[in-house]
Every structure is written in structure tokens, then in C-alpha cells.
Design a protein around this ligand. Structure first.
Ligand SMILES: Cc1cc2nc3c(=O)[nH]c(=O)nc-3n(C[C@H](O)[C@H](O)[C@H](O)COP(=O)(O)O)c2cc1C
Length: 351
């Protein structure tokens, strides 16, 4: 299967592993690359040294193209982006920030850049800033998806930009890939599906959760880490949703929050006092939500942790290898195409 992204990145299949902290590790990224997709190494919770080691480890495990992400909103991620540029990582994926300098740096060595967006405004800005492709994340997605469903967001943005689009949020099988292509995308990115694979380092409890939970078993809320995001609907997420937070409670918990964010306490306390009501509440939620998110992913702890899961959890019922997931999706997309050809050619509807 050839699309603009298979050509742009030099990959076999238009299938991308989303960047997931603690999960999109060199091992999983290389498994996806070796199976013909594009793996995005997650650096959101790594420091610059750890990022360097992860990039080099990925290169030991695969000689195929791979990507690495930076979340520009997180403290310290700018340095990670500099490491990716120094290391000439083939594809850099940025989100939640302005990436014009990343585009310029990557293009200087022939690298490519993907911006992750969830709105029209950010899509148009990223194209203007020089991004070569977009990951467009819809409402169905695990984690920080947008407020518009992929079904509507993808075709709308495909009309707004000329660069290729990778659709994310709600994709777990070949019908989804075929649908994304029909909507104007050039491929799909998947988090929930790849999280539950044999090579994924996610906790077995997290993998099992994606098998047991159905399409309606997730919640979309800004009360876990301060930004709209989707998690599995379980006691840990519900506890955070109920948790009362105001600048005073943030200040009272500022030592704990500073430790979680790796910031000096005085700097954080001053930030809470000076940043105003909504920003300080968001900062406090970010720190507390971050710890819960880590517990969800690395311990599969749904009682105290918060595990991001997309609505497509309801389409997942096994734990195959990465290669099997990719082969299956490609086969299913082909079957879907044949079925659609019959639908269009036949005067009688085929089910
Ligand atoms: C367990 C898990 C952890 C995730 N962690 C992150 C993360 O650290 N940073 C991030 O930007 N997105 C994260 N995501 C979201 C994915 O990058 C991606 O946008 C999303 O999974 C796509 O939707 P899907 O789950 O329907 O495939 C995570 C997703 C899952 C399932």
C-alpha cells in the first residue's frame, strides 16, 4: 500500500505507533519499524541524557526509519528536541507548542517533521511553520485528543491543509485504516491498539484492561491532569475527577507537587502564588495526574492510577505481536476495499 506518508518517510505500511510515555520505548518502536510501520519514540518523561540513550538504543534495534516525539508544553522537552536534532533523528513529532525551529533544524539534515494537532487553527499554523505532515487526533483517542470526532475532524482538516494527514483516535483495525484513507488521511496512528501487543512494555493489567473494557467504558475529562483527555472509566480516574483542587490546596500540596514535577519547591510555590487561579489549579492537577498516569501505564493500577484508553478499546480482544497487528490491518483494509468495490459495482447492496 502506497500513500503520501509511506513515500515521505520511506516505510512500507501507512501505520504509525503513537508516542506513549513508558510504552513507546526503543523495543516497541523498533518492532513497529521492523514490521514496516513508523514507530514514534516517546521522550515526554525522559531527560536529555535518557533521550540520547533511547535514540541510540533504537538505532541498535532497527536500521529502518523511526520517529521520536517532544511535548513542547512539558518542562525540559525543548532540550530533548535539541538532542533529536543533534542525533539527526529521521522524523521528529512535536505537540503542544510552536515547532518552526524544529522544522528548520530537521530540514537542514533532510529530516521530516510531524506536528500533532487537534484543531483547525493549530493544523494551519503547523503547516505554515514547515511541518511535513500532521497527526490529527480526534475525540475518540486515548489521552489528549481533541473535542471533535475523527470522522469530522479528519476530512475538515484534509480540506484545510495540503500536507499529508495521519488520523489518530479510534483506529484499531483495517476497516479503520480504509475509513481514514476514505476521509482524506494518508495513514493512521494508533496508541491503544499498540499498547496491547506482545512487544509493548505496558503492564499486563493495562493490556488486560484494553481487552475487558468496551466502547462506552472511558471518560473524557480535564480533571485528571488539567487538560482534556480520555482515560478508562475506573475508580482511580473517578477519584481524581471528584478531587477538589484550588490554589490553596495546590499550595498546601506544593512540596509533593514540586517533587513530582522535579522542580525546586520555592520556584513551584512562587509559581502557584503568581500564576493565578486557573493556571495554578492546572499545574497542581498536572502533577497529581502525572503520577496517576504513570501508575496506570507502568503498574496497570486502575484503583489509584489513571490509564489512558481510547474508545477503540471496545474493538480490542487479544494481545498479538506488532507484526501480526500490522499484517492483519493491511489484510482487513484490502478486504474492505474489495467489499466496497462490490458495493459500488453491484446494483444490490452487499453486507
Ligand atoms: C496507554 C497510553 C499512554 C499514552 N501516553 C501518551 C503520552 O505520554 N503522551 C501523549 O501525547 N499521548 C499519549 N497517549 C495518546 C496517544 O499518543 C495517541 O494520541 C492515542 O492513543 C491515539 O488514539 P487511540 O488510542 O484511539 O489509538 C497515550 C495513549 C495510551 C493508550
Amino acid at each position: 500500500m502506497k500513500t503520501r506518508i509511506t513515500e515521505l518517510f520511506g516505510i512500507e505500511h501507512p501505520i504509525v505507533l503513537s508516542g506513549m510515555s513508558w510504552i513507546s520505548t526503543p523495543e516497541l518502536v523498533a518492532a513497529v519499524a521492523n514490521a514496516g510501520g513508523l514507530g514514534i519514540l516517546a521522550t515526554g518523561v525522559l531527560d536529555a541524557d535518557e533521550t540520547l540513550k533511547a535514540v541510540r538504543r533504537t538505532r541498535e534495534l532497527t536500521d529502518r526509519p523511526f520517529a521520536a516525539n517532544v511535548t513542547l508544553y512539558f518542562p525540559g522537552n525543548r532540550k530533548n528536541a535539541e538532542v533529536l536534532l543533534d542525533e539527526k533523528v529521521p522524523v521528529i513529532n512535536y505537540s503542544l507548542g510552536k515547532g518552526d525551529w524544529i522544522c528548520k533544524g530537521a530540514h537542514a539534515y533532510g529530516g521530516k517533521v510531524i506536528a500533532t494537532v487537534a484543531t483547525e487553527k493549530h493544523a494551519v499554523a503547523a503547516q505554515r511553520d514547515g511541518a511535513d505532515a500532521l497527526i490529527v487526533t480526534g475525540y475518540e483517542a486515548a489521552g489528549h485528543g481533541g473535542q471533535i470526532t475523527s470522522l469530522v475532524l479528519v476530512p475538515r482538516l484534509a480540506d484545510q491543509v495540503s500536507i499529508p494527514i495521519i488520523a489518530a483516535g479510534g483506529f484499531a483495525d483495517g476497516r479503520g485504516l480504509a475509513a481514514a484513507l476514505a476521509l482524506g488521511a494518508d495513514g493512521i496512528a494508533m496508541g491503544t491498539r499498540f499498547m496491547n501487543t506482545l512487544e509493548s512494555p505496558a503492564h499486563e493489567g493495562a493490556k488486560q484492561a484494553s481487552i475487558e473494557h468496551q466502547v462506552a467504558d472511558t471518560v473524557y475529562t480535564d480533571r485528571v491532569d488539567g487538560l482534556d483527555a480520555r482515560y478508562v472509566d475506573a475508580p482511580g480516574a473517578q477519584r481524581l475527577i471528584r478531587q477538589h483542587m484550588n490554589p490553596l490546596s495546590a499550595l498546601l500540596r506544593s512540596r509533593e507537587i514540586a517533587a513530582l514535577l522535579g522542580l525546586p519547591w520555592a520556584k513551584l510555590a512562587a509559581g502557584i502564588v503568581l500564576s493565578g487561579y486557573s493556571k495554578s489549579v492546572q499545574m497542581a492537577r498536572m502533577a497529581i495526574g502525572f503520577e496517576a498516569f504513570k501508575n496506570g501505564c507502568t503498574r496497570g493500577d486502575l484503583e489509584r492510577g489513571a490509564l489512558p484508553l481510547g474508545q477503540c478499546t471496545g474493538l480490542i480482544d487479544d494481545t498479538p505481536s506488532v507484526a501480526k497487528v500490522i499484517d492483519r490491518i493491511v489484510d482487513e483494509a484490502e478486504t474492505t476495499r474489495t467489499r466496497l468495490e462490490q458495493v459500488f459495482e453491484s446494483p444490490v447492496a452487499v453486507s
